[in-house]
Design a protein around this ligand. Structure first.
Ligand code: IMP
Length: 422
């Protein structure tokens, strides 16, 4: 079966750490959507590594890592990731397989991303500017260049045709974006040479064959459910399906091959970039979460917006994804608060509702909170459920009852070891 590990909020839930913890249970770890807009942080043995495109199983000896067809790859960032892992002596040729159907981010996709954001002015999405949106636009527009094209004789012609079109589009946008295409291309083609030394596969065949051989597969989501192109807070979303269904189309496995759906959420909420965030805090509590939780983007370094847990939004994500088990991250960050709050309904235009409305604006949605007693105990050194403070267990119990799915793991720090089974 293919198990899924998905973020249930606006990304940055800590998926990298949990995939890393889970890897020993799986033969294959895969990515099915997104690209280097993701930043999965893994901390072990005193080292910190941030992965953007490479699946988080790369540090384990036994797992094969596959970049699925639904992913978009920037060769330049990919090369940097591989170069950064030089000390680990990983055999990338055998441990990292790439779908021929994955699309390539060209240098001009990044320029188009920047131009499009600039033109949006105040309505900008807060994109990571990695060229994700324009690459998926070319994919659905049937203009894209795929990894498998690198094996064809005419791929450079295709590259030139698409780049020419992008330059015309840039002209049409008429915004001042500074760039040196020659330098960008030099870096790009250099990275392509490295990419070509890796193993390209027909990943849908690979996965289905693996399933026939009873191999276990974990699909690692990127971003979060509320950034899903269809079900997120559109238009402040990313350009792929980050939810469970995206794993089927992004890997080529049928829905009846999906097993467990692990849903991962922070004990509070964060968001980077623009867009609605009903429980966002602008006070001391939000600052405390930001400081204690070290809430800065792993890809862009931008400060993350912080707020209380939004259970209405969490329940929505659980429902869309068919989550079977929950994993709560960063419970340690909430130690020290006298009172915790969780949003349990919205006041939407004067009416109390318990679902995510179509149009969430700052002035039409007010969160209605339920309060919980906090705890003072430092959780970061704990290993057992029995040591967890009663008030944390009460908070967890309330969440489980609200969303009707059990919380199976609580994370109390960034290290692999700081993970408690409930
Ligand atoms: P894009 O996918 O880079 O265009 O960004 C679109 C929106 O998704 C922006 O608000 C980004 O901040 C957000 N976003 C993209 N990737 C991530 C991620 O991995 N974690 C959190 N937010 C992300």
């Amino acid at each position: 079966m293919v198990d899924l590990l998905l973020g249930l909020q606006w990304g940055d839930e800590g998926k990298g750490k949990i995939v890393d913890v889970f890897t020993k249970n799986y033969n294959i770890i895969s990515r099915f959507q997104g690209g280097p807009n993701a930043g999965h942080t893994l901390i072990f043995d005193g080292n910190k590594n941030v992965l953007h495109t490479i699946p988080s199983g790369i540090f384990h000896k036994t797992a094969t890592n596959v970049v699925g067809n639904g992913v978009v790859i920037d060769p330049v960032i990919f090369k940097k990731e591989i170069d950064n892992l030089a000390d680990y002596n990983i055999n990338f040729k055998t441990k990292l397989l790439i779908s021929r159907k994955a699309h390539i981010i060209l240098p001009t996709h990044r320029l188009l991303d920047a131009a499009s954001e600039t033109l949006k002015g105040k309505a900008k999405i807060g994109s990571t500017l990695k060229g994700i949106g324009p690459t998926y636009m070319d994919k659905t527009g049937r203009n894209g260049i795929r990894i498998g094209d690198l094996e064809l004789d005419d791929w450079k012609e295709r590259y030139n045709t698409l780049t020419k079109k992008h330059l015309k589009l840039l002209d049409f946008y008429g915004v001042d974006i500074e760039y040196n295409l020659k330098e960008l291309e030099e870096e790009f083609f250099n990275a392509i040479e490295l990419l070509k030394t890796l193993t390209f596969i027909d990943s849908e065949e690979f996965f289905n064959q693996a399933l026939r051989n009873n191999k276990s597969i974990l699909a690692e989501g990127a971003q979060g459910s509320l950034l899903d192109i269809d079900f997120g807070t559109y238009p402040f979303v990313t350009s792929s399906n980050t939810t469970a269904a995206g794993a089927c189309t992004g890997l080529g496995v049928a829905p009846n091959k999906i097993g467990e759906v692990f849903g991962i959420f922070k004990a509070y909420t964060t968001r980077v970039g623009s867009g609605p965030f009903p429980t966002e805090l602008f006070d001391q509590d939000g600052e405390t979460m930001s400081r204690v939780g070290n809430e800065f983007g792993a890809t862009t370094g931008r400060p993350r917006r912080c707020g209380w847990l939004d259970l209405v939004a969490l329940k929505y994500s659980v429902q869309i994804n068919g989550v079977t088990q929950l994993i709560m991250m960063k419970a340690d960050v909430l130690s020290g608060f006298d009172t915790l709050k969780a949003c349990t309904s919205y006041d939407y235009k004067g009416e109390e509702i318990q679902h995510l409305p179509y149009n969430i604006e700052e002035d039409n949605v007010t969160p209605v909170y339920t309060e919980f007693k906090g705890w003072k105990k430092d959780l970061t050194g704990l290993n057992n459920k029995a040591d967890l403070p009663e008030n944390l267990l009460n908070y967890i119990k309330y969440i489980e009852e609200f969303v009707e799915v059990p919380v199976k793991i609580v994370s109390v720090g960034p290290d692999r070891k700081q993970t408690i089974n409930l």
